[in-house]
Design a protein around this ligand. Structure first.
Ligand SMILES: [Zn+2]
Length: 273
C-alpha cells in the first residue's frame, strides 16, 4: 500500500475516536467529574457521569423510536389501558420523590410478550402479554415497581460508566456524529434495557428490593409481590418461560430474598383508604 493509502486508512480508522472525543467535548462530558449518587431504598453508592437530563435524553430518543415503530399496537382505551395507567400513576408518584426531574409516562403495547421496561428518564413500556401473569393491580405494581427502580437507581447509566461508554453515549446525545457501530449498538442495547441486554444479577436483585418498597409505598400489599414472584417462578418452569425472565435474570433464591425484605416493605406499606 502506498504511503498516501496508509495515511487515508489511518485517518479512517482513527476518525470514529476523534468524532467521539469531539462530541464528548461538545456535550462537556469529559469535563465533568463522575459523581456519586445513592440508590433509593438500598442506599448503595453508584458512580455515574451522565446527568439526569442526559439520561432522559437517551431514554426519550429510544421511546420516540419505539412508539413510531409500534404505532399500530398502541393501546389507548379499554380496561387494560385503564389498569396500566391507574397502577403506573401510583408507582410514578412514589418514584418521583427519588427522581423529581424525570418525566414519567407509560405506554401499553398490544403484543403477546410477557415483558415490560422503564427507560432512563422515566418512560415505561408495558406489553399486554404480561397482564395475565400480573393477574391484578398489585401484581402489575410489582412489575412496574421493579422496572421503575432500574431507572431511579440509574442502572443503565451505571453500566455505561462501567463499560467506559460514556463518550459514545455523549455522541448519541449530541446526535449526528459518527462513532464505531459496535459501540453504538452496545449503548443502544443498554438503553433498550430489557430488550436485548439484561442487567446484572445484582442490579436485578436491587430492582426487586427497591420495587417492593415502591409498590408498598404506593398502597399495594407487599405480600402480593411475593405471590407474583411465585407465579413467575412457576411460569419459568413451563414450556415457554416469560420473556421478562430472560431479560431480568435471577435465580431460584429470588422469592426467598423478596420474603426477607417483606418486614421493611410492610413498614413502608401505606394502604389506600
Ligand atoms: Zn429487571
Amino acid at each position: 500500500m502506498s504511503g498516501t493509502g496508509k495515511r487515508v486508512l489511518g485517518f479512517l480508522v482513527a476518525r470514529p475516536l476523534i468524532a467521539i472525543a469531539i462530541a464528548a467535548v461538545v456535550v462537556g462530558v469529559l469535563l465533568l467529574q463522575t459523581r456519586s449518587d445513592k440508590t433509593p431504598v438500598t442506599h448503595r453508592t453508584v458512580h455515574v457521569t451522565l446527568t439526569d437530563a442526559q439520561q432522559s435524553q437517551l431514554g426519550n430518543q429510544n421511546y420516540t423510536k419505539t412508539l413510531r415503530q409500534n404505532r399500530a399496537n398502541i393501546v389507548s382505551s379499554g380496561p387494560e389501558y385503564a389498569e396500566v395507567q391507574r397502577v403506573a400513576k401510583r408507582i410514578e408518584a412514589v418514584a418521583a420523590h427519588d427522581k423529581p426531574d424525570f418525566v414519567w409516562k407509560v405506554t401499553l403495547l398490544r403484543k403477546n410478550v410477557a415483558n415490560a421496561y422503564c427507560l432512563p428518564g422515566g418512560k415505561i413500556v408495558v406489553y399486554t402479554g404480561i397482564l395475565p401473569i400480573a393477574q391484578n393491580d398489585a401484581g402489575l405494581a410489582t412489575v412496574l415497581g421493579h422496572e421503575v427502580a432500574h431507572a431511579t437507581a440509574e442502572h443503565v447509566a451505571e453500566r455505561i460508566e462501567r463499560e467506559h461508554l460514556t463518550a459514545v453515549a455523549a455522541a448519541i446525545i449530541a446526535g449526528g456524529v459518527a462513532f464505531t457501530p459496535a459501540q453504538f449498538i452496545r449503548v443502544q442495547a443498554l438503553i433498550d434495557a430489557g430488550a436485548s441486554l439484561p442487567f446484572s444479577r445484582s442490579q436485578e436483585s436491587e430492582a426487586d428490593h427497591i420495587g417492593l418498597v415502591y409498590m408498598a409505598k404506593a398502597g399495594y400489599d407487599p405480600h402480593q409481590a411475593l405471590a407474583f414472584w411465585k407465579r413467575m417462578l412457576r411460569a419459568s418452569k413451563g414450556k415457554e418461560p416469560p420473556e421478562f425472565l430472560s431479560d431480568h435474570p435471577s435465580d431460584a433464591h429470588r422469592v426467598e430474598r423478596v420474603q426477607g425484605w417483606l418486614p421493611e416493605a410492610e413498614r413502608a406499606y401505606k394502604p389506600q383508604t
